[in-house]
Design a protein around this ligand. Structure first.
Ligand code: NAP
Length: 275
């Protein structure tokens, strides 16, 4: 497996937007070798700034202050606000700065159009488990972002989870599978627990066992490197409980439903990108 380098401890990092995603990424970075003193976050209100301050990160209400004092800037506002924010900060963006957008559906072409010519732009799609350093992040480089710019981003995100680079076309697929997929897994965990409650287990216990089951199955899947079908067959004693349960799931069409869910979430992400 490729080992990512440590981040340059001198690198100054900015966040425009102080929401859940900015916080998840910042928290992940701090668990690596990034120092809070090198991070600055802007948001119009103080509502979400306190949790950054608790981590020793400085905050401001000025987006231009963040851009002027950073080598790499994450744009972490809601997608419809990206044009407003980038037109505000654009005059302050310098050629060597790396601008990383996490806004769903906002394409590299749109970002490059909103920023000065030849800007270094990267589009990143994280997911919420970045908050616990178990995110799945895919990024695509813009026309002027070199491989070494991608390497800088990788080094920063090293502790946020799995970080991969791919063509921009994969970003919407990643959004459907992993951004939205987190919610699909929660639905499955909820259904597991409700099944147990139906069979007579107390709800709180059922939910805590369901979350541990999802976590344990996920870790074993990742750490073993085995195909899920292989792990599944290892759990299936002939004529035993698991194969009976799996048969019921297949009769309910769970496999086709999950595939269709990824398909429709991907299509929706593509549709948002066209708007
Ligand atoms: N959440 C996810 O799971 C997820 C996954 C992948 C990608 N994303 C992307 O991440 C981005 C942020 O999502 P989020 O969930 O973190 O949103 P969020 O929690 O609603 O946070 C949005 C932040 O933007 C700030 N903001 C609003 N207007 C601004 C302006 N003019 N200048 C600077 N900051 C401004 C808000 O300020 P206040 O604090 O003052 O309200 C808030 O801190 C979105 O584009 C989304 O597509 C999210």
């Amino acid at each position: 497996m490729k080992m990512d380098q440590d981040a340059d401890p001198q690198l100054r990092i900015g966040f425009i937007g102080a929401g859940n995603m900015a916080f998840g990424i910042a928290k992940g970075m701090l668990s690596g070798n990034v120092l809070p003193i090198n991070i600055k976050v802007s948001a119009p209100s103080s509502t979400n700034q306190g949790r950054f301050q608790e981590l020793g990160i400085s905050v401001t209400h000025s987006n231009t202050e963040v851009v002027s004092g950073s080598d790499l800037v994450f744009v972490a506002v809601k997608p419809h606000l990206v044009p407003l924010v980038l037109s505000e900060v654009s005059p302050h963006v310098q050629q060597k700065q790396i601008i990383v957008s996490v806004a769903a559906g906002v394409t590299l072409a749109v970002l490059e159009e909103l920023l000065p010519e030849n800007s270094i732009v990267i589009r990143l799609m994280p997911n919420l488990p970045c908050v616990v350093q178990e995110g799945a992040l895919l990024f695509a480089r813009g026309a002027n972002a070199k491989q070494e710019d991608g390497a800088v981003l990788r080094s920063l995100l090293r502790c946020c989870g799995l970080v991969v680079e791919g063509p921009e076309a994969w970003i919407d697929i990643h959004t459907g599978m992993s951004g939205s997929g987190v919610a699909f897994v929660y639905l499955f965990a909820e259904a597991l627990a409700e099944g147990a409650v139906k069979m007579g287990m107390p709800s709180a216990l059922a939910h805590s066992i369901a979350s541990q089951t999802v976590l344990g199955a996920g870790r074993l899947l990742r750490d073993s490197g085995k195909h899920p079908a292989q792990l599944r067959s290892e759990v299936c004693t002939p004529g035993g409980t698991t194969i009976y349960g799996l048969h019921t799931l297949e009769q309910g069409g769970v496999r086709a439903s999950v595939m269709s869910a990824v398909e429709s979430a991907t299509e929706k992400a593509r549709e948002l990108g066209r708007k």
